[in-house]
Design a protein around this ligand. Structure first.
Ligand code: NI
Length: 180
């Protein structure tokens, strides 16, 4: 296992369209090791999600894991391969987001409140689930990375864009979304 270097905004990999993986590629030693390394990297940086493009691999693979606390529903570690996200309903909600590729920045981003996710797991088996709230937000954020999109691209405007320190001072939350 290894902690991987996370690409920061400006690196072209973050603007690249990631390629789907075949089921046999998913099961390969190389991709299994990448998944393990991404898990270690996610834990090291205490993120709630990580996309393969963020660790310089342009393949359609991402992780989501939300620890309990701060009023958010916990989500166990979920590996998403070739994820496909579709909105459920047309309700959008605004919430704060950050990103390991834009360290120390926070901004308010509109997202679909509810989504359906179809993906393969780390064994290459298809699964689907419905998500809402913060889980749905993280899924949308990570899947955006696989299309070269970052959260700042999704902001209505940049008025809320804040450094973490100022966010903590003036918004009064360490992390996590304000949803309304
Ligand atoms: Ni991100």
């Amino acid at each position: 296992m290894a902690i991987l270097k996370v690409a920061r905004l400006g690196h072209p990999i973050l603007r690249q369209q990631a390629e789907p993986l075949t089921r046999s590629q998913v099961r390969s030693a190389e991709i299994q090791r990448l998944i393990d390394d991404m898990i270690e990297t996610l834990h090291e940086y205490e993120g709630v999600g990580l996309a393969a493009t963020q660790v310089h691999m342009p393949v359609r693979l991402a992780l989501v894991e939300v620890p309990s606390g701060e009023g958010r529903e916990a989500v166990a570690l979920t590996v998403l391969v070739n994820p496909n996200v579709t909105p459920l309903g047309d309700e959008r909600v605004y919430g704060w987001e950050g990103c390991l590729s834009l360290p120390d920045l926070r901004g308010v981003v509109p997202r679909q409140r509810r989504v359906r996710l179809e993906a393969l797991d780390r064994q290459g088996r298809p699964f689907e689930l419905e998500a809402e709230g913060f889980f749905a937000r993280v899924i949308q954020h990570e899947c955006d990375h696989l299309d070269g999109v970052t959260f700042v691209d999704r902001m209505d405007d940049l008025l809320s864009l804040s450094f973490l320190r100022e966010f903590e001072r003036h918004v009064g939350l360490e992390t996590g979304p304000i949803e309304d």
